[in-house]
Design a protein around this ligand. Structure first.
Ligand code: FES
Length: 343
């Protein structure tokens, strides 16, 4: 028996290793040829100190100088001493290059291209070695656009346990992936991508969660909801989904299905275009108040274009209700990702 340990590096690269309950995370990393930072290997120096974001473990033996009591209470841990008691997600305080590893490369076949509207397309891939691809719900990959020398970053809209993986793309004039999907893409095409990447992923739910999506920023949140639907844990999770026009509004039926499947999940959506037929017109900020934020006792996950992310951040600051944690990811048409955390 072994547990899966996700090692998330400072540059967003994530590697997954198998770790037995009777071996330390450092030993398992070494066997996987991943050199996480180590010095004493004895719980004395603190060099390997990491943050455990999910899972249970035995912290092992160490001295106060290596890991203080308050740090341990916050979830910091020492991989050279800790042994897993469940699957774990660890944030490693080094780059992947320093640990002599890198994002994995995968190959896949394009199986489906679904045109939701004139602005939004979803495509699905069958990965050659699906068993070798693990990811945390909310993460993204860098996809080489066929027929070009360009890569674009897209968050998984599918869940980590679904066999086929899918991505949502907003079509933009002159965009590399937009051009490919619009003009040349055919089922059977071969694609290559690297990843998973990113620090925008679902943590353990310990308090109400507020999910905020702008446009195709819905994708990583769909992946998170897929995970919640799988676990079917009763927990208050509310999603606010904002788009610019009715054409941009996709997957409302999927959200309705999630509302049936996930106990405690509710959602609302709005469209900025005054001519929209949507019940609520305007921006997601118009749907946010202190109650939505549970007076600050909430974890917030936000993914959308930069203007939307900044508008939400400003709105929360003006409300004077700081959520316990606030994680957000901005994307641009070129899909350069900026992930941040404001806790
Ligand atoms: Fe020294 Fe882990 S390597 S405490």
């Amino acid at each position: 028996m072994s547990f899966q340990v996700a090692l998330n590096f400072e540059d967003g690269v994530t590697r997954f290793i198998e770790c037995r309950p009777d071996e330390t995370v450092a030993e398992a990393s070494y066997k996987a040829r991943i050199n996480i930072p180590l010095d004493c290997r004895d719980g004395a120096c603190g060099t390997c100190k990491s943050l455990c974001e999910s899972g249970r473990y035995d912290g092992g033996d160490y001295i106060e100088e290596a890991l203080a009591e308050d740090e341990a209470a916050q979830g910091y841990c020492l991989p050279c001493q800790m042994t897993p008691q469940s699957d774990l997600v660890l944030r490693i305080q080094s780059s992947s290059a320093a640990a002599k590893t890198a994002a994995a490369t995968h190959t896949a076949t394009l199986t489906d291209i679904k045109r939701h509207s004139s602005t939004t397309v979803e495509f699905t891939l069958d990965v050659d070695d699906r068993g070798a691809l693990d990811f945390l719900p909310g993460q993204y990959v860098n996809i080489a656009v066929p027929g070009t020398d360009q890569t674009r970053s897209y968050s998984f809209s599918s869940g980590p346990n679904q066999h086929r993986i899918s991505f949502l793309v907003r079509l933009v004039d002159g965009g590399a992936m937009s051009g490919y999907l619009h003009e040349r893409a055919r089922p059977g095409d071969r694609l290559e991508f690297t990843g998973p990447m990113g620090g925008f992923y679902l943590r353990d739910l310990t308090r109400p969660a507020l999910l905020l999506a702008g446009g195709t920023g819905l994708a990583p949140l769909l992946s998170m909801l897929e995970r919640l639907a799988q676990n079917r844990l009763a927990h208050p999770v509310h999603l606010l989904y904002g788009v610019t026009t009715d054409e941009d509004l996709v997957h409302v039926d999927t959200l309705e299905d999630f509302a049936e499947l996930i106990p405690g999940f509710t959602f609302d959506h709005c469209v900025a275009d005054p001519g929209s037929t949507a019940r609520t017109k305007g921006f997601v900020t118009g749907l946010m108040d202190a109650r939505t934020l549970h007076d600050g006792e909430a974890d917030v996950y936000l993914c959308g274009p930069p203007a939307m992310v900044e508008a939400v951040r400003g709105h929360i600051a003006r409300m004077g209700v700081a959520p316990v944690s606030f994680r957000y990811e901005k994307f641009t048409p070129a899909a350069v990702r900026a992930t941040a955390e404001a806790a």
